[in-house]
Design a protein around this ligand. Sequence first.
Ligand SMILES: Cc1cc2nc3c(=O)[nH]c(=O)nc-3n(C[C@H](O)[C@H](O)[C@H](O)COP(=O)(O)OP(=O)(O)OC[C@H]3O[C@@H](n4cnc5c(N)ncnc54)[C@H](O)[C@@H]3O)c2cc1C
Length: 468
Amino acid sequence: MTAVATPWAAAPVTAIVDGARARLDAGVRLAALVALWSSLLLVTYWWATGGGFQDLGSWADGLTSTGRLTGLLASDLLLVQVLLMARVPTLEHAFGQDRLARVHRLVGFTSFNAMLAHIGLITWGYAAGKLGRTPATLSELTVDYPGILLAVAGTACRVLVVVSSVKAARRRLRYESWHLLHLYAYLGVGLALPHQLWTGQDFLASTARTVFWWGLWIACAVSVLVWRVALPLWRSARYRVRVTSVVPEGEGIVSVHMAGRRGMRLSAEAGQFFTFRFLSGRGWTRAHPYSLSAAPDGRNLRITVQVVGDGSASLRLLRPGTRVLVEGPYGRLCARARTRPKLAFIGAGVGITPLRALAEALDYAPGDAVLLYRYSGRPLFQQEIEVIAAERGLQVIALPGHRRAPGSWLGDGVGPASDLTALASWVPDIADRDVYVCGPDPWSDDVRHTTEAAGLPADRFHVESFGG
Ligand SMILES: Cc1cc2nc3c(=O)[nH]c(=O)nc-3n(C[C@H](O)[C@H](O)[C@H](O)COP(=O)(O)OP(=O)(O)OC[C@H]3O[C@@H](n4cnc5c(N)ncnc54)[C@H](O)[C@@H]3O)c2cc1C
């Protein structure tokens, strides 16, 4: 693969851009933002009409009142946090997993800080505003008030989750350990409920409040049970996906081909990913996300995997016929994000997988799509990409080599021009395209900076991250 524009077939392809789904997703994102802020304003309004401001007149009552407000905000955000990761299809489509995970993290840390403020302020208030009496008051509240002991246990669970999610700790933990600890968040949320219902005067003070809080709790519980548990199990049972073959693609890289039950249509789009559990031995308890590396046809799936640890290494030994549990499809690095006729795909290493599927499946006229591919060693899918280039008119620009400098997403085989100058010379109309990007997080961030500097609007930069 060389850094040249490949010739393309003459047959014209009508570039179909149905921006309807992208517009719908933008509407959902706006509605979600409005709903979030409205819910925060609503609980603040209820706090105010329940005498929140009047209580600020005295020191001890003021502390208790502010503690009540922070508790309400913390509870609201806590439930929002659960909803964000419940794999609700409308939210998944509108935000994509990357963005949902980022918002979930921000909302989670905010909720946690508000909860700490709630515990501290309300206990201080109950201790008549005397700091020295606060520890004794905390233990009295824990023992005497209904539900508080459970809430303390819930807080301990959340402390565990938050501490393990701080970046420095997260880097030291194995992914599986971090993920297992993260599941304690559900326990933490569940244990907080009784004290809210038994002692939280703001929760059940009117029918509207009862409906609001119970509605939110039930929506969260049902969403998790339906979309995280029941639907994946039902789909796996229905589609009966099995491994059909495992094909080596290069050093440390294999493709796993799978097929679902005859007559069943798996609704997935090129560019999306599934979470897979291969029922071949002990590792089945750990689900791993992999993007489709070929356009799905409704029955057959292909993923292409780089060996980085136990889970990916075990895929090399899979036997045909092995049952596979699938969750998904997920992700919006697909046709639904598209708004422009012209496309650019920018990938690094094994991040080429969803881009190769997109280059195969999306509609574009010859010359309207360009692939920039950075790799070290041998490029993945070289022959397949050459076929797509010849048949579809995909322009291919190879960026060989390791990253040439910190902050640059180009390979060291590319030459001395800056990233922006190089991009502008290869794809002068980059700002008028939809740009699909896949690779490691820091690399994708560098691509984002360059495309932004080249004038690409943020909503036309579509990214899927494979991790740090
Ligand atoms: C949306 C998405 C799509 C992906 N698509 C591909 C692909 O097409 N091809 C490919 O080779 N790799 C892909 N990956 C990366 C792949 O999921 C990990 O490399 C793999 O799970 C590593 O597991 P392991 O047991 O081999 O290694 P480990 O040593 O367990 O993990 C290595 C690193 O992989 C990441 N990781 C591990 N397990 C998970 C998990 N369950 N969820 C998210 N990240 C995890 C963590 O960052 C971890 O530090 C994708 C990741 C994501 C998030």
